[in-house]
Structures are given as structure tokens and as C-alpha cells.
Design a protein around this ligand. Sequence first.
Ligand code: FES
Length: 128
Amino acid sequence: MALYSEKVMDHFINPRNVGVIEDANGVGEVGNAKCGDIMKMYLKIEDDTIKDVKFETFGCASAIASSSMATELIKGQPVSEAMKLTNKAVAEALDGLPDYKMHCSVLAEEAIRAALEDYNNKSKSNGG
Ligand code: FES
């Protein structure tokens, strides 16, 4: 049996939404101290909706595939829905990850949450 699903391979070889959003209003960066992988998420939120999302991931194939899939899952969604995204949902959307690679999908969940928290903090300090 192949170690990775076709979807994982697809999102690793051809990741969606890679890059930087210059005028992002929510940015989150997380890392895994054990493997040293780093993930950065950029969100452009308007009218409480994720209008655009991009990521930069310095990490393993599963981390890249997880970030790519996670961006696809939250794009166009309301902030409240994006907040609920779990690493399990990301892994399921990828048709599964090997057990010892589940932590890579956790990174995607954490990066999105960190970017959403950044957005919340910023909108609070803007008096909103
Ligand atoms: Fe570290 Fe995949 S091995 S995120």
C-alpha cells in the first residue's frame, strides 16, 4: 500500500494557494519544535469572510499537503467556520495521513487558528 494517498501527493506536488498576501489582515506562524517545520498563514478577511488565504510552509510533504488542503477548506468560508477547522478534517480531506504524520496536519490547524487570532486582535485594537 502506498504510504501517501493520491490527494496528499497531488497537494504536495501541486500545492494550492502558496505565497504571501501583502495586505493580509491576519497572519499566523507556527512551528513544531521536534521536526523543525514551520508554517505561515496569511488571511485576507472582508465582511467576516475569508476572501483569500495563502501559505508558506518550510516542512515535510505532509505539512505542505496539509497547508494546501487547509487553505482550500477555509477559502470563502465565514470566520466562524474557519475557526472550527480541525486537523482531523484536514487529514480526512486528504484521504488520510499515516499516524506518525498526523502532527503535520496539526500544524495547519494551528497556523490558521493563529492567523484568525491575529485578525481578531487587530480588529479589536481598531476599535471594532
Ligand atoms: Fe514536521 Fe511533518 S514532519 S510537520
